[in-house]
Design a protein. Sequence first.
Length: 291
Amino acid sequence: MKKIIIALFVLFLGLQVNAATTTTSSKWNQAAMQKKLNNIAYVLIKKNNLPTGITIKASAEANANAYSNINKEIYVYKGLLDLTSDDAELAAVLSHEMGHIINGHCAKQTILNSVIANMAGSVKTETAGQAIGVAAAQQISTTKLSRKDEFEADITAIDLMVNAGYNPLAMVSLLNKMNDGSNFDLIATHPSSEKRIMNAYDYIAYTYPTLAKKGYNSTAYNNAYKLISLNIEERNASPKLMKKYQKEQQKLKKDKIKRAKKMLKAGNAWTTSYAVINAMNQENEQTQSEK
């Protein structure tokens, strides 16, 4: 797959970047930004029939970062807010973090952190080699969890954005703004930006083809699409690659339905609401494919 290298900033949601990449500004109106975030969150919640028990917090921190926690709090730092150009990109930030909450990633990470802490304590009296082995195993396990979680949160975010009337391609635009063209190694906590950009676009194009055709008016998106289109051309020219793509999207759809059914059984207000919306999406997708 050809490299998507449009360097602006480093990494993405939930992963803090060097403070030197962004600067604080005394002119930043935190109250106004807080109000805007609250308004966008309200639309996302109402249109997706999600519970209202969530807190959005705009932070003056210069790092390009956002994260959610088990208390259903979403923190968005000024460094990341400075990268957004419109409400759709802000919706991409918030819906991604909501995706973590909906999919139970925050709760899972809390449990994992507790297990890791207990494991770390249990090797204090063991040899240095054993301690290193445990640490490496924990780190690799956490990496796999985090990469999978990021992809799930991206997919959920796209669904939430579509239901709320936001252009889902804003997710591609934002991801590209955060892309520095580097490849993460085995221990990286997030998948490569290139892969996330392609996965997001492919999901939108396959699931919401009408919206994908409309495009998105941003330089970051247009630059990304130039290289995305090269990947698409390469795939279209290869029956093997096309078959792989279709198989991946079909599997993604099946996994999404499977996850939705599991969420419904859980009885959690957040997951149940999304599961119902998800089921509606499947009907919409079927309708679109029949047109």
